[in-house]
Design a protein around this ligand. Structure first.
Ligand SMILES: [Zn+2]
Ligand SMILES: [Zn+2]
Length: 360
């Protein structure tokens, strides 16, 4: 076996093609993973539509949310909990920070490490070729931490924990405790918004209010525990949305607002927050041209990028331990095969699904 099939972006905005991509030899400590599921993320669509950042250069295997089984290991490896990793184990794996730059070593903020390795944006014609998840196999560098997936978590949900869900866990980690009298407003009803709804409920919020669209996504939001939802497409006047939040919070505004849409939602989000509240800014897309009339007094503004390896574990643990409380599988709306990649990307681009999964 020298090559495998992969969904490759060869030109922005043009259909992806299924290509044969080289399977590399394994360096000591690295692994070869047979992919079982790859979920798609909004970022995959943004990267497909146009270059994301200066370093994007094509061809790229799309996808950065993989789950798979260990096909081969070069030497001995243990997982994040110190248990041996064996062939056939179903796993997810972390991104890699360099460990020695200012952000890693001094500030202890590895998610903003300048030498960070992540997936879904590396050239498929350069070693080690297989660093995108919409492929039959992926190469896992030796620096990645491995998280085993318990039997009760599906491959599709585990895959979604490799980006969407672990970022949400990182956000709540930084936010700290939610008190039992507090109301949380979530801006966005995509995969992050729906997962953030479940975590806010789980962490003890009195009320979770979600502002999002379209209606099919909000139906899932309700199942994930939202106490009330507001459809952006129906309530188009920002003032009315603000009034809705005020009506739910005795006129004060929310104790916590979680932005999981994009940066353009921040100005409105700040008006939904009470004085002294906490704003958790997760959605990183869109221009951050943030003009605000008034910044809430004594507020905290927290921004999040990606996640640390422990947040992969937290997301997998949450999926396993809360599976009887929240119907996580409802967030994976539609399953596709690898050769249907364009259909799947289109469905993500037009929001007709919450999350699409490529099953292998
Ligand atoms: Zn992502
Ligand atoms: Zn670093």
């Amino acid at each position: 076996m020298e090559t495998c099939n992969a969904a490759v972006i060869t030109e922005h905005n043009k259909p992806l093609t299924i290509q044969k991509v080289k399977i590399p030899d394994l360096d000591p400590g690295s692994l070869l993973i047979k992919i079982t599921a790859s979920t798609l993320c909004g970022t995959d669509v943004h990267r497909w539509h146009g270059p994301l950042g200066d370093k994007d250069s094509l061809p790229i295997i799309t996808g950065h949310e993989p789950c798979g089984t260990v096909e081969d290991i070069a030497g001995e490896r243990t997982d994040i909990l110190g248990k041996p990793v064996k062939r056939g184990d179903r796993v997810v794996w972390s991104y890699v920070a360099c460990g020695s730059c200012y952000y890693c070593a001094v500030a202890c903020q590895p998610c903003i490490c300048r030498g960070r390795a992540s997936w879904g944006h590396n050239r498929s014609d350069q070693h080690p070729y297989l660093l995108g998840s919409c492929a039959e196999y992926m190469y896992v560098p030796k620096e990645c931490l491995i998280i085993k997936v318990p039997d009760e978590v599906t491959s599709a949900s585990a895959a979604a924990s490799a980006c969407a869900y672990r970022t949400v866990m990182h956000g709540y980690d930084r936010l700290g405790a939610i008190k039992s009298h507090e109301t949380v407003v979530i801006q966005g009803s995509g995969p992050l918004g729906n997962f953030a709804t479940a975590v806010a409920k789980d962490h003890g919020a009195k009320k979770v209010l979600v502002i999002g669209a379209p209606a099919n996504r909000l139906e899932v939001t309700k199942k994930m525990g939202a106490d009330a939802t507001l459809n952006l497409e129906e309530v188009t006047d920002e003032k009315l949305r603000r009034q809705w939040v005020k009506d739910h919070t005795d006129g004060r505004g929310a104790d916590v607002v979680v932005q999981v849409a994009n940066n353009m939602a921040v100005p409105e989000g700040l008006t939904l927050l009470r004085d002294g509240g906490r704003y958790l800014n997760i959605g990183a897309g869109g221009k951050a041209n943030i003009a605000v009339e008034k910044i809430p007094q004594e507020m905290l503004f927290i921004t999040i990028r990606s996640g640390e390896p422990r947040h992969w574990l937290q997301a997998i643990d949450f999926l396993a331990s809360r599976r009887k409380i929240f119907p996580f599988e409802e967030m994976i709306s539609k399953s596709y095969k690898l050769d249907q990649i364009n259909e799947a990307m289109e469905a993500m681009a037009n929001y007709s699904v919450v999350k699409a999964v490529i099953n292998f």
